[in-house]
Design a protein around this ligand. Sequence first.
Ligand SMILES: [Ca+2]
Ligand SMILES: [Ca+2]
Ligand SMILES: [Ca+2]
Length: 238
Amino acid sequence: MKRTRGFTLIELAIVLVIITILIGGLAMPLSAQIQARRIAETKKILEEAREAILGFAMTNNGSSATNRRLPCPDIEGDGTESLGNLGTRCASSRGFLPWVDLGVANQDAWGNRLRYEVDRDLADPNKGFATAVSTAFPALTICQTHSCGVTVATDLAFVLISHGPNGWGALNINGKTLAPPSGDDEKDNVVDDNDLIYVSRSATKADATDGEFDDLLVWLSYYQLVAKVCPTGSDCAP
Ligand SMILES: [Ca+2]
Ligand SMILES: [Ca+2]
Ligand SMILES: [Ca+2]
């Protein structure tokens, strides 16, 4: 009569090694999948914020009933537009998205506020914009690197920034500012350097020329803004 043979220790060890490799193989893509999902979620949050800013512009007027204006940034962290002392001009052209006024998400997928810079005149209740093209074009610019050898977009009305997975330089929802970025390109998206330049490019690790980069940005040019908010037939078209 044939006796059923059990597994040898070597066979068991081989099975264990195979299982370990399989689990390892699954675990890595899983964390990458979570990160990819958060990036996609944040891109959606940024898009929704951009649409909400357009919605704000369509219903808020500037210097006259036929002018429109953009929302001012929030600088206190309460999610409302921060106006200047006279209650008119924006307190600052850079700060955070006024999510309360816009009725949108108050954070990116990593629990950080969205940074927001706007062309001050376009958000100024004493000015604003209409279809007539301004002669003083907004100077806000997106570059591919901090040295700005290649421009990605110019004449911008506003820029929205998520500091991405690393969150460096971000203000989180508890009011804490996270550690500053190490790379020059991410630094350009954090420091209030008055250069009106932001960097948008594909993500890189720390060993890249301009350091680690994972920021996510959306923007709208002045021309796109006017075309969307003041098309022919609207009351801010001539
Ligand atoms: Ca505020
Ligand atoms: Ca970042
Ligand atoms: Ca900058």
